[in-house]
Design a protein around this ligand. Structure first.
Ligand code: UTP
Length: 291
């Protein structure tokens, strides 16, 4: 079945980015010149997603502002003939239909997804975490849509990490069934290394059936008072198959300052209009560390 809708949770506190997140949502922080959110919406649009539902919170109105038309700015750029900038301003609004639902309190990722229940309705959809930025063509969501069609089931993106860092991630217990595809038997959030069932860790892309909403409604808050998506997925697993997919692509962690810096450097080095300057910056800093 075609995946038409995407849910992007963006109502978190962004504590790893304090103090800037006191007034700027993490999801609007830029890689070079575009916010994290825009990259993941582009990835969704490429996969055929028509409607994006962003979960935001009171105080994060700048997220919806970003997707509104900016007539005064557009008019000014048009008059001064700055067509390239004009195209940039129009980009965000042209990718997909964007709507917003509110999560009044940051009660966890599972709770954020649940807030989109009515907006999604009775169809499979994709959940995208905007701090996982993944570069590949075709994009990861396109790859996952194909796997979801092949397996006729939900799909969770995973990547192999060194065992030493497994305790920082959600981990799947899964058995291989096809190239890069594993059938999920269980999921565990941040297990100690010696209890981790694998080193296949969950990355922020999930294709899910609408039954996940009933599962999340039944999910009790965990240790930090948050409703975890992982707990909802465990309930879903009782009646529905789920597959883990080792995607193709380079992942950047836009959720931490150094991760975002790394992504910014990588993107700037790859982009034609910035690569030369980025390279000379790197050289400048290398010279500094050598001296
Ligand atoms: P993160 O855990 O990476 O984001 O959640 P966070 O909680 O905002 O950041 P830290 O950990 O405090 O630094 C992944 C995504 O889920 C959203 C976040 O906005 C982010 O895009 N989220 C998280 C919600 O929408 N609601 C929540 O209650 C929690």
């Amino acid at each position: 079945m075609q995946i038409r809708k995407a849910v992007i949770p963006a109502a978190g506190l962004g504590t790893r980015f304090l103090p800037v997140t006191m007034s700027v949502p993490k999801e609007l922080l830029p890689i070079v010149d575009r916010p994290l959110l825009q990259y993941v919406i582009e990835e969704a649009a490429e996969a055929g997603v028509e409607e994006v539902i962003i979960v935001t919170s009171p105080g994060k109105e700048s997220i919806s502002d970003y997707f509104q038309p900016h007539p005064a700015l557009e008019q000014r750029l048009a008059v001064s003939g700055e067509d390239e900038l004009l195209a940039k301003v129009a980009e965000a609004g042209n990718l997909a239909k964007v709507s917003f639902v509110l999560q009044h309190e940051a009660l966890g990722l599972g709770h954020a997804v649940l807030m989109a229940k009515n907006a999604v309705g009775d169809e499979p959809f994709v959940v995208i975490l905007p701090d996982d930025i993944i570069v590949h063509s075709p994009g990861v969501i396109s790859q996952m849509v194909q796997v979801s069609k092949d397996m006729n089931a939900g799909v969770i993106a995973v990547e192999v990490v060194p065992w030493e860092v497994v305790h920082n991630y959600g981990v799947v217990d899964a058995a291989p069934v096809a190239n890069r595809v594993h059938k999920i038997q269980g999921l565990v959030e941040k297990p100690p290394r010696d209890e981790a069932p694998s080193n296949l860790t969950i990355v922020g892309r999930y294709i899910l059936p609408p039954q996940i909403f009933d599962c999340l409604e039944k999910t009790q808050p965990g240790a930090k008072g948050e409703i975890q998506l992982t707990d909802g997925l465990l309930t879903l697993l009782q009646d529905h198959e789920l597959f883990a997919f080792e995607f193709l692509g380079n992942r950047y962690d836009g959720g931490t300052p150094m991760g975002l810096l790394r992504a910014s450097l990588a993107f700037a080095l790859d982009r034609k209009d910035t690569s030369e300057e980025a390279l000379s910056l790197l050289r400048e800093f290398q010279d500094r560390t050598n001296n």
